[in-house]
Each structure stands twice: as structure tokens, then as C-alpha cells.
Design a protein around this ligand. Sequence first.
Ligand code: 5AD
Ligand code: SF4
Length: 480
Amino acid sequence: MEKIIDESQQGTSLVLEQKTENTRKLFIESYGCSMNFSDSEIVAAILLKEGYNTTQNVEDADLVLVNTCSIRDKAEQTVRKRLEKYNAVKRINPKMKVGVLGCMAERLKSKLLEEEKIVDLVVGPDAYKDLPNLLSEVEDGRDAINVLLSKDETYGDISPVRLNSNGVSAFVSITRGCDNMCTFCVVPFTRGRERSRDPQSILEEVNDLWSKGYKEITLLGQNVDSYLWYGGGLKKDFEKASDIQKATAVNFAHLLELCAKTQPKMRIRFSTSNPQDLTLDVIETMAKYKNICDHIHLPVQSGSNRILKEMNRLHTREEYFELIDNIRRILPTCAISHDIIAGFPTETEQDHQDTLSLMEYVKYSFGYMFTYSERPGTLAARKMVDDVPEEVKKRRLDDIVQLQRQHSEIRTRAYLNSTVEVLIERESKKSKHEWSGRTSQNTVTVFPKEHYKIGDLVNVKVTDCTSATLIGEAIDYALD
Ligand code: 5AD
Ligand code: SF4
């Protein structure tokens, strides 16, 4: 059964009632952005009430779910390879059911059932509450699919089951979808219209996390700065709404302040910021509250005005510089990171040089860098030719990566001999005698364990570093 996409579909409130005993095993795996990892925690919560406990071992599973990413072709190929692996497991355990969730489910819909014989279940990002019904169809021997997109669903009423958690940091999703329509990006098609979650439910989740011992949250959304709550629905409805609605609305700066004040000892991060939506109010709120971390992830994609326009990024290079200047003025110690795409259609050597010179200006602390991957259905795929040869894309990407490496090193070295505040998250991968944590600026820091423990906030004297990691010694606990 395939349900057609209907954006008017109202989000239904789900009463989650725990079934008597959990006897079934769910293996859930996530690819792609943090939002997918966060969504898998919602899925695990929905299925816990259906009698499923999670397992780390795919061979034991009654149900295997893979939460997928469509952002680049490579991400989809990775998932297809995983499906081959599940196929091998299914030969040993034929009763095992396999479902595809997330962006690939939404993009490919019933094609996935046709192309990947192993798949029994296809569920888009807004349809997870329908999983119990879909699973009963699968149990009756039918393939099941729901790829309805919603204009309301935020899963605000579901308390996530934290998966692979270190018990210290957690994601809290605040918006879903994206209305920006960058011409290269498949997200507006796979995750639908942008909607904001009720602030009350966000604060409840933050309080609940604090009571369970969590010390850091990351507020998540494709475009967190356009968060706007005025009672639900789409933002365009709010623009037409009454003055009362406008007076009581909560924007991202308000939400950030509410979170910072409600749990003054909780570290607060957020991601992702879109340059045209990041307001001075947000930057000033960051400056006002010490518990809001000193880091902004601010994707730019390109340094060329012509390419920015072709990408439908709604700002110029000069406006981006102005924003960077404002951040540096109001938050002098703030780390800034980026996403950049090399080889967007029609990109010339000059456009590429503009990207490099933009990077020189900002000297980002770190970044995520990609070659352009044409995504079916996007405006760029429909209207432009993917005309930058693959080897040119790779060479330009290499230039960008090399330059970023230099800048990361400069930024990291600047902390040498200073004292930084580190939240301990886990044992260092390199030594069982050392802790690993992050500074407010998001720099990974390692130091001897001594008597400290996971979840402690400590002052660390930096004595050495690699290009991206600080190495030091803890001095004492950091005062809040
Ligand atoms: N090709 C390459 N990179 C892309 N991104 C989004 N779409 C594409 C694409 N078609 C990158 C952008 C975005 C990040 C999440 O992924 O840089 O910010
Ligand atoms: Fe994609 Fe642009 Fe939305 Fe980011 S802001 S999810 S790049 S459309």
C-alpha cells in the first residue's frame, strides 16, 4: 500500500503505551546528518512501546531499520551496500524484516521496494508514528510504505530513547524540514516544509535530560535560526496572523535564552545556522549566557557571488563578511565552522579562487567539504549541466581541504599555554589513561584521567596540540 504525499496531513498525537513485555529485537542504524541520528531515537521510542528492545547485533534482530541520507550520491551508495550485508544475514535468519527510513525512503518511495528485494518497509521522515500499523502489514506478509510529508509533525510529544549515548551530550530537535530551496539540495524534497516544535516540549526535554545527568544539548534543525513558534503550522500562515499571535511568538533568540535560563549549568549548542537567518539577537544572546557554547556552524557553500546566486543562497559574499565581522565583534572568542561545495555547475577557476579568498578572510576553525553531487529533482539538476569535470572538482576540493588544514592548525595552536574549559565525554581513543572532551569552541581536548570522571567540567592547561586536538593537563574543576 502506498500513501500519496499530502502536505495537508495533520500530525496526529500518539499515546504511547508500553506493551506488556518486550520480546522483539530492533537493530537500527543511522547515516547522514545529526537529525537522522536524532530521528532514530524517536523511532526507537515508538518501537519500544511496540515490544522492541534495541540490539547492537544485526544477527539477533527481528527488525533491521536503516535511517538513510540522500544528500550526495555516495551516501545512497553506502546504504545500498549495507542492504547487501543485511541480505546475507537474512539468508541465515529469513524471518528478519528490513525497513528503510529517512531521506532515501522519501526520495525513492516504492522504487526502493522494486529495486531492493530485501526491503519490506519504506517509511519517510514524517511517518514514523505509523510504524506500528506498517509493521502489522509487514507481519501479514505485505510490503508497507508511508512517505506522507506533514506540515505539523515535530514528534514533540515523543520522548526519545537515547541510542549509543555517552550520557553526557544529547540532540534536541527544534525544527524539521527546510524552506530554503538551495538549488543543489535534496532536503526540501525529502524532509518537506519547515516547521517549529512547541517550545514547552523542548524545555521539558531539556529539563528531563538534565535530571538524567546530561550536561550538554545540541538544538537541531536544518535551519535553526528560522525557528518560530506561534502555535504551530507553516510560517507563511504566521505572517498573515493576528497581532496577538505575533506578540506571543517565540523566535530562535528567545528559545536559546529560554533554554540557557531554564538550565543554567547545561551547555547549549545549536546547528545548523543559515547566514541570512542568523540575527544579531542570536549573537547577543550567545554573548549574554556563558552556558551557550562559543561556536557557530555557518555553511557558506561558495565564496563567489555568481555561484551563491546560482545556488539560491540568499546572501552575498559581502553580507557574509559583515556577519563574520559582527560575530567577531560581539563574540571575539567564537569558533566558526563551514560547509563548502567544490565544483557546482558553471564554477570557474575565478569562482574557486573567490572561495579560497573567503576562507582566508574567515580562517574557519574547521569545516565539512564536498564535491558537488547532482541530485535528481533539484533545480540545479533540472536547469543546469553538471559541467565541472570530476578531476577538476577533486582538485578544487583538495585545495579547499589543504587550506582548511592550515587554518585549523592556526586556530588550534592559538590555545597553546592557555586554560580551556572541557566537558569530559569519553575515554580517549588513543589511550585508556586519558579522557577526551570538547571545549566550548568545540575543539577536542585530551588529558590524563586522574580523579576526574565522565560528565565533569574541568579546566585544562593546554601544553601541546596536533592540527585539530588540544593536549593538556587538568588543573581543577571549572566553576559554573
Ligand atoms: N552536493 C554536494 N554537497 C551537498 N550538500 C548539500 N547538497 C549537496 C550536493 N548536492 C552539502 C552542503 C550542506 C551539507 C549538509 O551538505 O554543503 O551544507
Ligand atoms: Fe539544503 Fe539549503 Fe535547506 Fe541547508 S538550507 S537543508 S543546504 S536547502
